[in-house]
Ligand binder design. Structure first.
Ligand code: IMP
Length: 180
């Protein structure tokens, strides 16, 4: 049903499985005995963070924030809104921020500054996708699943007008869907 709206698959389910396995293993080594706080930025983080933490063989804690920047369209607005804040303290914690994609970098830049201000001991970013060609602020994620070109993608957490987040892969939408 959903597949008919997809022009082409950019990152397949198999590739996502490999990415999360590799990244989960790396994080398990890097954060051994650190009891990291894995923070997910809702709602895009859900599928990726779920698979990632299930590939991490260490003790960790999870928490969520709801941050929006896109407001349903395909252009980043640069206007970041925190609609749900964390319910625990980040003070002295090693934080791993998980994201579906880093595009302009604005969202994470703001969140990183906020968590630093709140006293996090360390903050690193783990993202499924990186779109470096879209960057407008300086931000280099420490853990990157794969780099993609500057295209609007959906699936595995990424949406277009709140739809397509449940696709088991990442794909490019047919232009007629957003030109409607
Ligand atoms: P940034 O602040 O521009 O880096 O935006 C990050 C957020 O924008 C992501 O968490 C996504 O919610 C959204 N975003 C960026 N690129 C895309 C895309 O290609 N498809 C869907 N959402 C995107």
């Amino acid at each position: 049903m959903l597949e008919k709206d997809i022009e082409r698959i950019l990152v397949s389910s198999d590739e996502i499985n490999e990415i999360t396995k590799r990244m989960g293993k790396q994080l398990s080594e890097d954060y051994k005995d650190k009891f990291p706080l894995v923070i997910g930025l809702l709602k895009g983080c859900v599928p990726f963070m779920g698979t990632l933490v299930s590939n991490m063989d260490i003790h960790l804690e999870m928490a969520f924030m709801d941050v929006s920047s896109y407001h349903g369209g395909i252009e980043s607005s640069g206007d970041i809104k925190i609609s749900m804040d964390l319910n625990i303290s980040v003070k002295d914690r090693h934080v791993i921020l998980t994201e579906d994609i880093v595009d302009t970098g604005r969202t994470l830049k703001v969140i990183i500054e906020l968590l630093k201000y709140r006293g996090a001991k360390s903050i690193k970013v783990a993202t499924l996708l990186d779109k470096p060609a879209g960057r407008v602020v300086e931000l280099v994620p420490e853990y990157v699943g794969t780099i993609i070109p500057k295209e609007f993608v959906v699936g595995y957490g990424l949406d277009y007008e709140e739809k397509y987040r449940n696709l088991p892969y990442v794909g490019v939408l047919k232009p007629e869907i957003y030109n409607k």
